[in-house]
Design a binder for this molecule. Structure first.
Ligand code: GLV
Ligand code: GLV
Length: 323
């Protein structure tokens, strides 16, 4: 039998069609409702020539060993690849690809939506109205941050997605501080971005939005000391990766009022939420939907499948991750 392509979850119909055009048999995890268990993963990957995982799958030495020596490519359906052990894939000569570029606008839209939701307390106000309690327009009811009156946005990790957020912030006439290698680029300067250190971002921003990848260097980048540096009126938005924030410390900060609020798309121990987070009124929480534009999800799946097709045809992958 020919080596198969193992896909750990049903992708969008467009991507499924493209998968069926590959010059290899395709095995798709049958249950659309849940990820494969570790045991299912280890069994189904055996003998595969290509693996198409989601960010929910940990691709490590054990999984690569279970796959076998014929495995040539891991095509992650995500821009982040912290779920893949790049030292182990490199050691085995296995190509790794991600889906950069195609999800920048969708993710920036969600980040900005979360920013506005937290600033103007939209979800909290919606929840209040649904209680049916009597209300009347009042000068101080649900007042929040004036985003477009010169509020300062701090972008931590100004890459492709951060730049897309900066374009939105610029249109809202926000002041923009940013860390990251592109913070001093001409493109950033055109949007009024001022390059800053993390401490400057923490101390001066009214809203901080995280856009760095998860690496050993960014794990708990925002912990108790960093939260303490933030303004008591500041808001934290995270559409990057949960472990970039010390979630226990964040719950403490939100509870004590040492920062004003947060809006989170990602969590430290997904799909679990830190105890107490759900009960807080000053946090907006959504289940990792940053890239969940319908066309964006098509584009991510198509790019992952095209990466597999390239490697199977002996061509270089389109969007390789460099170890
Ligand atoms: C989603 O979180 C991604 O990395 O694409
Ligand atoms: C608010 O609704 C206003 O009319 O100012």
């Amino acid at each position: 039998t020919r080596a198969h392509v193992y896909v750990t979850r049903r992708l969008t119909p467009a991507a499924m069609t493209r998968l069926s055009e590959l010059d290899a048999p395709v095995v798709v995890h049958p249950d659309p409702e849940r990820p494969p268990t570790r045991r299912e993963l280890l069994e189904s990957v055996r003998g595969a020539v290509a693996l198409v995982p989601l960010l929910t799958e940990r691709v490590d030495a054990e999984l690569l060993d279970a796959a076998g020596e014929q495995l040539r490519v891991v095509a992650n359906v995500a821009v982040g690849y912290d779920n893949v052990d790049l030292a182990e894939t490199a050691r085995r000569g296995i190509a790794v690809t991600n889906t950069p570029g195609v999800l920048d606008e969708a993710t920036a839209d969600l980040a900005f939506g979360l920013l506005l939701a937290a600033a103007r307390r939209i979800v909290e106000a919606d929840r209040f109205l649904r209680t049916g309690r009597p209300w009347a327009w009042a000068p101080t009811m649900f007042t929040g941050l004036d985003v477009s009156a010169g509020a300062t946005l701090g972008i931590v990790g100004l890459g492709r997605i951060g730049m897309a957020v900066a374009r939105r912030a610029h249109a809202f006439r926000m002041r923009i501080l940013a860390t990251g290698r592109r913070a001093s680029s001409p493109e950033a300067a055109d949007l009024g971005v001022v390059a800053a250190t993390l401490d400057e971002v923490l101390e001066r921003s009214d809203v901080i939005s995280l856009h760095c990848p998860l690496t050993p260097q960014t794990h708990h980048l925002v912990g108790p000391a960093e939260l303490a540096r933030m303004k008591s009126t500041a808001l934290l938005v995270n559409t990057a990766r949960g472990p970039v924030v010390d979630e226990a410390a964040l719950v403490d900060a939100l509870r004590s009022g040492s920062i004003a609020g947060a809006a989170l798309d990602v969590f430290e121990d997904e799909p679990q939420l830190h105890p107490g987070l759900r009960e807080l009124d000053n946090v907006v929480i959504v289940p990792h939907i940053g890239s969940a534009g319908a066309a964006t999800r098509d584009a991510m799946g198509l790019l992952a499948v095209d990466n597999v097709a390239a490697v199977l045809a002996g061509r270089p992958p389109l969007t390789p991750v460099e170890p």
